[in-house]
Ligand binder design. Structure first.
Ligand code: HEC
Length: 387
């Protein structure tokens, strides 16, 4: 071969390589453009999600997906309505493990833009077309005292303790279960350990320890309305208290009582949330135990690392209460507090705060208050702690 041939081979090789590089670029370009050109939520879902989750959102069966893990049914409103869009965009971006779900749920953060994933999740949400289910966005962080408007599936343990004598340690175990789209039933068992003051024969006072169950309660909650457009949800509740508590240690008044209340949650876009509750404590023996009224408010903000990470919600509550009896004053308290998600799935959360009386300090005490809640719909207590 002479130099001429080598030149021709060289040019051909270079041209071939050039064509290869170009065509490969065009190929990857077109693959990217293939996803990038998808603008409608439905098209994005069909291209990226339907191979596992099914065209109808019910999840393809095991024979067609080649893994054992059961897929969720997005047409089940009880499931699809209660999660927030932000959480699901987080899962679609970073994959199942970001909320301690299976890694079989892939991460799409590199393949699809944030905007496309939001549209895909919006399409997922449409598999539940019924509007009567309040969306997970309304499941605002639980405050220590102010009742929530959202119907829950949850188990809660709460504890409060005065910081000076006479000491009162109060605890409560509550199980709440959602019924249908808008209702909830709840049962509460309280207990108390306390120093009871008594007067000696010579007129001085002494204390002794008492302990026992408080008045058991059952409660019903119904959502009155919810509107995503204005970010508002409202409910009514009725608690019925049974005289099961210990009267001897002054833990119970030994009477039936009713507590009707109204609760409201308002999301303030970009700022935080407000929760309000107002109600009455209706005594069945008013000449001995007077009726009372109360109003409570909580204002807070939720911080999440990267928009999807563990939620931390500082809040402050203002509490007002008044016994409906002549000569009694309004009792005011403020309660700075926070709620923190403990598990990676965020279905186990704690709240911690400090109740400070701002009226009548001489008779009323400061209290440390805490709770632990387990949202059992999202997984077992031991599940979902690690990615
Ligand atoms: C390769 C199969 C596969 C693909 C593709 C897939 N998913 Fe999933 N997805 C899963 C599996 C498996 C689970 C269940 C994970 C678990 O329960 O641990 C899941 C769960 C979910 C959940 C439920 C999380 C919860 O709260 O329980 C959402 C939301 C979700 N996927 C959204 C999407 C979206 C949006 C897409 C498309 C952008 C998508 N998935 C594509 C396999 C897939």
């Amino acid at each position: 071969m002479n130099q001429h041939h080598w030149t021709i081979i060289g040019i051909s090789a270079a041209a071939g390589l050039f064509v290869l590089i170009l065509s490969d670029g065009a190929l990857t370009g077109s693959r990217k453009n293939g996803f990038a050109s998808l603008k409608k939520g439905e098209d994005i879902y069909l291209a990226a999600c339907a191979s596992c989750h099914g065209v109808d959102g019910r999840g393809n069966d095991r024979s067609s997906v080649a893994f054992e893990k059961a897929l969720p049914d997005f047409s089940d409103c009880a499931f699809t309505s209660r999660e927030t869009t932000a959480d699901w965009v987080g899962i679609a971006t970073h994959g199942g493990p970001v909320k301690a779900f299976s890694p079989l749920m892939p991460a799409f953060g590199d393949a699809l833009s944030r905007n496309q994933l939001e549209k895909a999740v919006a399409h997922v949400k449409k598999f539940c077309p019924k509007k009567k289910w309040p969306q997970g966005e309304f499941n605002l962080p639980k405050a220590l005292n102010t009742g929530k408007a959202f119907p829950e599936n949850e188990v809660a343990w709460s504890l409060s303790c005065t910081v000076e004598e006479p000491v009162t340690i109060g605890g409560k175990f509550v199980v709440a279960r959602r019924i249908g789209a808008r209702h909830q039933i709840e049962a509460a068992i309280p207990f108390e350990v306390k120093q009871v003051e008594r007067e000696r024969a010579d007129g001085s006072t002494a204390t002794r320890w008492g302990e026992g169950a408080g008045d058991m309660a059952v409660a019903w909650k119904s959502v009155l309305w919810h509107s995503q457009r204005i970010g508002n949800i409202a409910s009514v509740t009725l608690d019925v208290f049974f005289p099961t508590g210990d009267e001897h240690d002054e833990i119970s008044d030994g009477i039936f009582a009713f507590e009707p209340a109204f609760a409201m949650g308002q999301i303030i876009a970009g700022i935080g949330f407000v929760q309000l509750q107002a109600g009455a404590e209706l005594s069945t023996v008013p000449h001995r135990v007077p009726h009372g009224v109360f109003w409570r408010g909580a204002f807070g903000h939720t911080f999440r690392r990267g928009g999807f990470g563990r939620a931390f919600s500082p809040m402050v509550e203002v509490l007002g209460a008044k016994e409906l009896e002549d000569g009694t004053a309004v009792e005011w308290d403020v309660v700075p507090q926070f709620q923190l998600a403990l598990s990676q799935r965020q279905h186990i959360r704690m709240g911690l705060g400090y109740l400070i009386p701002v009226s009548d300090f001489s008779d009323r005490q400061m209290k440390v208050m805490a709770y632990l809640i387990w949202d059992w719909f999202d997984g077992g207590f031991a599940e979902g702690w690690h990615p």
